[in-house]
Design a protein around this ligand. Sequence first.
Ligand code: ADP
Ligand code: MG
Length: 356
Amino acid sequence: MSAITMRELTKVYPGGVRALDALDLEIADGEFFALLGPSGCGKTTLLRTIAGLEVASAGSVRIGGRDVTNLPPGKRDVAMVFQDYALFPHMTVRDNIAYPLRIKKVDRRSRGSKAADTADELGLSGLLERRPGQLSGGQQQRVALARAMACHPQVFLLDEPLSNLDARLRLEARTFLKRLQRELGVTTVFVTHDQAEALALADRIAVMEGGRIRQVGTPTEVFRRPANTFVAGFIGSTPMNLIDARVHGDELAVAGARLPLPDGAPGQVSDGERLVYGIRPEYLDYSPTAVPGALTGEVVVVENLGSVSLVSLDVPGDHAGASDEAGAGDDSGAGRTSVQVVVPEGGEPEPGDTGW
Ligand code: ADP
Ligand code: MG
């Protein structure tokens, strides 16, 4: 068993930065778990604290039921792959992979054969005598993975392992990583700032902001039912539209339009209540001719995304912003807000057009 449990985990760096703020999180045995969030939100700190490379200021970490909060990294049975791979430049691929076995005092012969076996599994057999400088980025990444795998740890910790690869190689490595994790079944915590990567790879995702977890769920849950406007704005290939709205009986008044209340909302909201209406650009339709009751506005920008275009319209109403805590703005409704719509090929308007 190698579930990971964090309780009120806090890390305050010297100088006072609170990188982890009483964070609670449970990662199940065998899970491929993504930590997702903007730069500086504490992802690397959380990974390093699980690994024992940072000492927690308060709270606890358990791995497989064992309290490891005060154990050194070598006693935690975890392996970490760093963002820059951290390979030893003067060592061959074979010696790099075998290095953790040497630290564990495994004898030279079995070290060599274990390194060769792991290299074989990762398609590195032909490269054992090379040095990191003689490898491509993708190959270096595999060596870093092989080095982590050689000891058969209970837990893999991967810090943005794909971020140094170019776009095409990145997709290839992503598929490879997913297959490898399936085959090994090892509990894996994967850090990324790329929401598409997290959605594609993970069994579950934790979305972080400012040293805290804002939501934990499956890719479908965080995409379809974001728990707050931060998650809503962070997940998705285009940010969700967030517009100030007011409940009117069984309808929602949104920037001059009247919409039916979304599923699940009736009974949970009261007449006159102000709330934030969130809808993804993919789920809105664009019409060049008037549609009664629909949002209407002026087309400001049209961005070609390949098979579809992203159209930004300027509509009357207040932008709800990305903060839960901010006030809902004044009551005048005199502001302007930008609403984005995904429009299929052939139906794109021109800037300056009016659309519904
Ligand atoms: P992420 O990996 O999500 O980008 P980090 O965990 O690296 O975020 O950093 C979280 C916060 O802690 C940031 O504000 C960062 O500047 C700060 N931080 C990280 N490492 C240190 C350190 N060694 N000393 C002081 N502050 C640090
Ligand atoms: Mg980081």
